[in-house]
Design a protein around this ligand. Sequence first.
Ligand code: BT5
Length: 261
Amino acid sequence: MDRQSIVSQLAGLPVADVRFFDSIGSTNEEALHWAAAGAADGSLVVANTQTQGRGRFGRRWITMPDAALALSLILHPTPAEMQQFGLLSPLGALAVCDAIEQTAGLQPMIKWPNDVLINRRKVAGLLVEAAWLGETLQGVIIGIGLNVAPQAVPPADMLLFPATSLIDEGGPALERTVLLRAILQALFGWRARLAEPQFWETWNRRLAFRGEWVEVREAGNQPPLTGIVAGIDAGGALLLKLVDGQSTRVEVGDVHLRPAA
Ligand code: BT5
């Protein structure tokens, strides 16, 4: 994978410019700086490996060389998209799912809010960050990490949740640039349909653990909620049916979710 092969693979997509790094700290970090320096909507950062890849809540994301995709797409949301800000992260997850299904023939699911699973193991993670200058939004970064080959999967003792790769799940050996194109094509496609019922329906259809007992742990020290996954509401919140039969909504962004013991 190099810049030239990426640029030619992405021909025809609304990608403004591409920065490729064989090794970088974090593509999201690079994209935040680039956004601050005036990157156009659709600017893309891709790396072969990351040394400081990051996840949510200060966690780490491991990107092994030659085995994974690490990309960060810079968007300048329209005013209408700003109204749907919470959907930019599932936008990335839906795009990854579509791309995996189309190119690898596998059936990915979304562990709310936006981890991508195959056979209940995590194959991709998303981190959406915003670049602000005072009160001015300079860009939104959609960061995506995808495990393609088995070497991409970190050792189990580094993981909070079981992980996998496309090849481990029986997918074909694909060029990473082909996956990259499929992800971006799906992402731009869904971006145009953010407010449509089909977006929410597809997210719901791909929801992992539906009908199962799960534990939802909030970022703070509150005790975890235990309930049955009922779906996602129109605002993107997770709907849980609690032990006492009551339903509750859990807002996007601040929970861990795992099957209850
Ligand atoms: C995420 O966070 O899943 C978001 C990951 C986003 C990574 C992309 S790569 C391109 C861009 N540049 C960046 O610096 N980041 C983005 P979270 O839900 O917090 O999950 C993090 C947890 O996933 C870690 O604590 C590990 O348990 C686990 N993990 C780390 N590396 C993994 C891997 N390669 N595959 C599966 N799980 C992993």
